[in-house]
Design a protein around this ligand. Structure first.
Ligand code: AMP
Ligand code: MG
Length: 317
């Protein structure tokens, strides 16, 4: 299959409407989209990504009003979050409408919905005139793509179209919040901080990630975010006795004696999040044997960043 590269959101939308797979930019990471109501097309998302069928997809809408096309009803906490955070890097899990094929939600009776805060994505989604099911546009298990070039690395020839734009401004995936019962709970830390969510919904449960998160969000146990290079979370940059070529990303600058071949020193946690997945891919391309990633405080975006670092480290151990 030839992948069409385009800057034209209307051309990309025409392809999606005819049942094709279209990758598109968002402020979190690039997505791999299909018409959420087209079962065959959604099935091809799983094949293209080699994604396990038990890992549900997030449905993308162009307007908060479109949420009711995919959700049976919108509980009060979800209403609050949608009003405050749409468009934005937040996915809310809601009771699923009948019309949404079960392949989209991996058989769950709930559906995750998000409206991206990205002009080109919104123009594209509006022109699609249907909700768009879209996981991240990487091969399953690999780091999420934050540039169109990274999408090409993983999916060139496996998807019909790629709507090109610049780097994703956040660089980390959306926060996922389960709003299906009376006490909403965090399912995945992400680009909207927990502190912000607690301001909006003080009753939000933060613990479900460790407890019921596994049951509510089945895909969470799969390997994630992993480059083809070993990842180690370190307190600070340091040298080792071995001669293995290593890369480093973090906030503290390494001394030259640490001997890193590739380094990226970030000024803030935001910049660290923005650069992480891109750095993973650069380190792979440079052929290093190991990536050291500095630990950060689990505060603000730091919580999501630590989640990705720990998953990448355990998936490459
Ligand atoms: P990705 O788009 O690749 O970042 O993956 C989407 C993630 O969103 C999944 O792995 C789940 O953790 C979560 N998710 C999507 N739909 C649901 C749902 N209906 N219930 C709970 N979690 C979901
Ligand atoms: Mg993903």
């Amino acid at each position: 299959m030839q992948t069409l590269l385009t800057n034209d959101p209307f051309q990309a939308a025409t392809m999606l409407r005819s049942g094709r797979l279209v990758c598109f930019p968002t402020e979190t990471v690039y997505g791999l989209g299909a018409d959420a109501f087209n079962e065959d097309a959604v099935g091809r998302i799983f094949a293209a990504k080699m994604r396990p069928l038990d890992n549900p997809l997030i449905v993308h809408v162009s307007d908060p009003a479109q949420v009711k096309c995919v959700a049976r009803h919108i509980p009060p906490a979800a209403r609050t979050l949608i009003e405050a955070c749409f468009p934005g890097p937040l996915s809310v899990v809601l009771p699923k409408a009948e019309a949404v094929p079960s392949i989209v939600t991996a058989g769950l009776d709930t559906v995750a919905v998000r409206m991206p805060d990205h002009d080109l994505a919104l123009t594209f989604l509006e022109a699609c005139n249907t909700p768009v099911a879209a996981p991240s546009a990487n091969l399953s298990g690999r780091p999420s793509p934050t540039s169109w070039e990274a999408v090409c690395d993983d999916l060139s020839g496996r998807v019909d179209c790629l709507l090109k734009d610049g780097r994703s401004a956040k660089g980390l995936e959306s926060t996922v919040v389960d709003c299906t019962d009376h006490s909403p709970g965090l399912l995945r830390a992400g680009a909207v901080s927990v502190e912000r969510l607690l301001d909006l919904v003080p009753a939000l449960r933060i613990d479900p990630i460790e407890t019921v998160g596994e049951l509510r969000s089945p895909g969470i146990h799969h390997p994630h975010y992993a480059p083809r290079v070993r990842v180690e979370v370190v307190e600070r940059p340091h040298g080792t006795a071995t001669n293995a070529e290593r890369a480093y990303i973090g906030i503290d600058a390494p001394t030259s004696s640490a001997g890193y071949r590739l380094t990226h020193v970030c000024e803030s946690t935001d910049e660290y999040a923005y650069c992480l997945f891109d750095f993973f891919r650069r380190a792979e391309a440079a052929g290093v044997g190991e990536i050291h990633c500095q630990r950060v405080m689990r505060h603000g975006l730091g919580r999501a960043l630590m989640d990705r670092l720990e998953k990448a480290a355990s998936s490459t151990a």
